[in-house]
Design a protein around this ligand. Structure first.
Ligand code: F3S
Ligand code: F3S
Length: 105
């Protein structure tokens, strides 16, 4: 799976949403999350993110390695909806994201 890491937080450019062929990128309050069971590893999203927030799970920088769990655990309540468009903005975040300080970007 691909994973969205910390650079997305409070940026949410959403260029990735337009290119994902399976609509597996879901909107939280402060960041977006890739559904690990719905992502087909097509790589389309990684190059379009202007802040380079997206990585293949195996290539996550060490400092953001926990984002694999963050993306996965975000779906503990949502389950596997099969598409972000039908789900809409969730207004929620993983606790690790909610805990991040809000900084001016
Ligand atoms: Fe976030 Fe980059 Fe997508 S900032 S919303 S991961 S294009
Ligand atoms: Fe979607 Fe492909 Fe990225 S399935 S999340 S655009 S790797």
């Amino acid at each position: 799976t691909y994973v969205i890491a910390e650079p997305c937080v409070d940026i949410k450019d959403k260029a990735c949403l337009d290119v994902c062929p399976v609509d597996c990128i879901y909107e939280g309050d402060r960041t977006l999350y890739i559904h690990p069971d719905e992502c087909i590893d097509c790589h389309a999203c990684e190059p379009v993110c202007p802040v380079e927030a997206i990585f293949p799970e195996a290539e996550l920088p060490e400092k953001w390695s926990h984002y694999a769990e963050v993306n996965r655990e975000f779906f503990a309540d949502l389950g596997t909806p099969g598409g972000a468009a039908g789900t809409g903005p969730t207004g929620a975040d993983h606790s690790a994201v909610s805990a991040l300080p809000v900084t001016a970007k």
